[in-house]
Design a protein around this ligand. Structure first.
Ligand SMILES: NC(=O)c1ccc[n+]([C@@H]2O[C@H](COP(=O)([O-])OP(=O)(O)OC[C@H]3O[C@@H](n4cnc5c(N)ncnc54)[C@H](O)[C@@H]3O)[C@@H](O)[C@H]2O)c1
Length: 344
């Protein structure tokens, strides 16, 4: 019997891959891959992710296809997990060959989600943030935070990051991890202090509530907000008044209207699709004074691009294992006979 083995990128292999390539290289490459797939947005199969909600969190499936390759991610969001020593977000994903339906990659995606979310944020900011932005407030200093800071450094030329979290231990952890990154890291005691002098504000907190991490009176003209943490019905970070005075950019409107900050607005409130800014079909920021908001929730095409990148890099480096996960008898109709033969 010939085994049909599926390349599997474990957590260990993913970490080795990131260390081998260098995290900033990975973030730059991922941003380029995601941007390339946003350019060919219309040809993808698109659907809002399929969410299963509970009182404490959500489990979601995120499928898409470009007609040649199919991909999906399994991801959860459980803000209370952290108190039990568990991750808020965990994920894994798969790519398959559309021609046969056979999987071509299974991969961990907890780390990859943090990488792709940060790469997407920085890619969006490259198009939307005010010219010459070098300082970012980073509110929420949990698992995603360092990835966000490093992506903005590598892709947008960030030089200073100003950290704030309701838990000072998270801020201290983040500052420790970013020491030696080349960023000037400032630990702040309040959100107001964090946004002082910042042209970019990233909110990446986790709480299953309509929180107001930022209120309208805190914001000056011309800032770019990268709103990452509000990504579920009933889970937002920004006061509605901020939304009303921002130019709002989204991934896939049908998903973001349910999950993003804009769930607080009328269902027909105007938003701009980021892919159209990238292709040049529509304008991004139109003046230095405009407040821009990337209402990020995370879309399947970002995971698809990230998985394809990991497939190429893991094959090129040998950093993967082979997984015996597809039953593939020599005679395709003799699936049962394969079990009998295994008995010896
Ligand atoms: N948009 C996307 O594509 C995307 C991708 C991944 C994660 N997320 C979301 O990002 C958020 C953060 O994820 P994580 O993995 O870093 O979670 P995490 O639990 O590791 O960290 C969240 C941090 O937010 C802090 N926090 C909570 N409320 C706060 C408040 N009011 N002010 C300041 N800080 C506060 C917590 O103390 C914690 O340190 C989650 O809500 C997650 O669902 C979005």
């Amino acid at each position: 019997m010939m085994l049909n083995l599926v390349p599997f990128v474990s957590v260990d292999k993913m970490m080795q891959l990131v260390l081998h390539l260098g995290i900033e290289r990975v973030l730059i490459d991922l941003a380029a891959e995601i941007e390339a797939d946003f350019r060919r947005w219309p040809l993808f199969d698109k659907t809002p992710r399929i969410a299963s909600h509970s009182d404490v969190g959500v489990i979601e499936l995120m499928p898409t296809s470009d007609g040649v390759t199919y991909g999906f991610k399994y991801v959860n969001g459980h803000p209370a997990n952290m108190k039990q020593g568990l991750q808020t977000v965990t994920a894994f994903g798969l790519l398959a060959d559309v021609a046969t339906g056979y999987p071509v990659l299974l991969s961990e995606m907890t780390i990859l989600t943090a990488l792709r979310t940060a790469a997407t944020s920085a890619m969006a900011a490259k198009h939307l943030a005010p010219k010459g932005a070098t300082t970012m407030a980073l509110i929420g200093n949990g698992a995603q935070a360092e990835f966000q800071a490093l992506a903005f450094k590598a892709i947008c030329g960030l030089t200073e990051v100003r950290l704030y979290d309701i838990d000072p231990a998270a801020t201290a952890k983040c500052a420790r991890n970013l020491a030696g990154s080349g960023l000037n890291v400032v630990q702040c005691a309040t959100p107001e202090e964090a946004i002082l002098g910042a042209q970019i504000i990233t909110t990446v907190t986790a709480d299953k509530t309509n929180a107001t991490i930022l209120t309208d009176n805190m914001l000056g003209a011309g800032v770019h907000i990268n709103g990452v943490g509000g990504d579920c019905p009933g889970k937002t970070e920004l006061h509605r008044d901020i939304l009303l005075r921002s130019k709002i950019f989204v991934e896939y409107p049908a998903q973001t209207r349910v999950e993003g900050e804009i769930q607080q607005l009328d269902p027909d409130h105007p938003v701009t699709e980021l892919w159209q800014v990238i292709t040049g079909a529509t304008q991004g920021r139109t003046s230095a004074a405009e407040v821009t908001l990337f209402d990020s929730v995370g879309f399947a095409i970002e995971d698809f691009a990230a998985l394809r990148y990991i497939l190429a890099k893991s094959k090129a480096t040998g950093l993967y294992d082979n997984l015996d996960m597809i039953a593939d008898p020599d005679d395709p109709r003799d699936l049962y006979g394969m079990i009998l033969r295994a008995a010896g």
